[in-house]
Design a protein around this ligand. Sequence first.
Ligand code: SF4
Ligand code: SF4
Length: 116
Amino acid sequence: MTKAILVNYDYCTGCHSCEVACKKILDLPKGEFGIKVCEVGPFQYSEREGVKGIWEWTYMPVITQACDMCAERTEQGKMPMCVQHCQAWCMYYGEAEELVKKMDGQTRWSLVTVKE
Ligand code: SF4
Ligand code: SF4
């Protein structure tokens, strides 16, 4: 079974708590990240059918190569630091096969696994 992190980034507020919590547990120097919140927008769609007139302003946490899925913590039954500190409760940790079932086809999700 493969462990994964699932993010419903429609609900990510861009608060950066996951980023800060991860930097602390990985003890990374300035400018390096285990997870990094990226921002798209804000901009307004001008022509495209279906989205014309609506605003895009999306935050999405990107998990980097430094991530080890918080192996030490999860082996003790704890949540990964980023998941535990997510202010919007939009991050989940578990078996990839189970997490996929949460993806509802109505909101935007990203499912990430890392090299074990
Ligand atoms: S699982 Fe742990 S190492 Fe990976 S991004 Fe989250 S806090 Fe960082
Ligand atoms: S802690 Fe949660 S809400 Fe905040 S930036 Fe990270 S994923 Fe988004």
